[in-house]
Design a binder for this molecule. Sequence first.
Ligand code: GUN
Length: 284
Amino acid sequence: MTAHIIDGNAIARALRGEIARKVRVRLSGGRAAPGLAVIMVGNNPASEVYVRSKRRDCAEVGIRDIGLNLPANIGASQLLAEIDRFNADPSVDGILVQLPLPTAIDPNTIIERIRPDKDVDGFHPYNIGRLVVRMPLLRPCTPYGAMRLLESTGVSLRGQHAVVVGASNIVGRPMALELLLVGCTVTICHSATRDLAAEVARADVLVVAIGKPEMIPGDWIKPGALVVDVGINRLADNRIVGDVHFESACERASWITPVPGGVGPMTRAILLHNTLLAADRDRP
Ligand code: GUN
């Protein structure tokens, strides 16, 4: 079998086009452009690349982005004060604090300070809780983007056995909730999982988010599986690879996301979707 490739670039481009059209409708109705505050602390090189891309996407669809770069040695209380300022600013519909933060700052305290209706990352316990009780509103971008990619295959997900490898707050856990929401039977694997290969072999739908280059070999994958690779790993030779060994996985999967060009662009497109959703709810 040679897998079909799920083209994240094309699907994200179509979604951005749809969002741009909806923003134009807002503007032509005399309403303000949605506003997104992007806060970056320090200068983690990977984060700088992501933040630049997010801001470029905003420009493309007509979202007003407000960038705030803070020094790495800022205290948590100063960062909280900046969040309070954006929380109170009616021209700001969404607030994003780029992660990871410097180790001296507890990310949970920061995330909880963002007003849930401006939490366009969908990381606030309120928004995660809404996903738990099947009332999703602002949904974590990567898992929701991954669902859109899976749905683009046209394969019915209901009743499928989904295996999520990775149990982080921002990808693995909400990913499992998204899969549960569409009727999958879900297994979550993590660092204490006893036999990862055996769990992966049972997956009709496999989502991998562990941040280890090419950790999942193709011969673990169930023939015909749908595979979503969330990993973005840069190798010593500068190549970017996922958490799944792509070439060998293509011989087993029926559908697979490439890296780059799979989940990454979709995550960013969902951020725009969430920002527009927040604006439409707060400033209709
Ligand atoms: N760092 C890695 N992924 C993300 C994300 O989706 N949102 C934020 N804020 N930071 C990240």
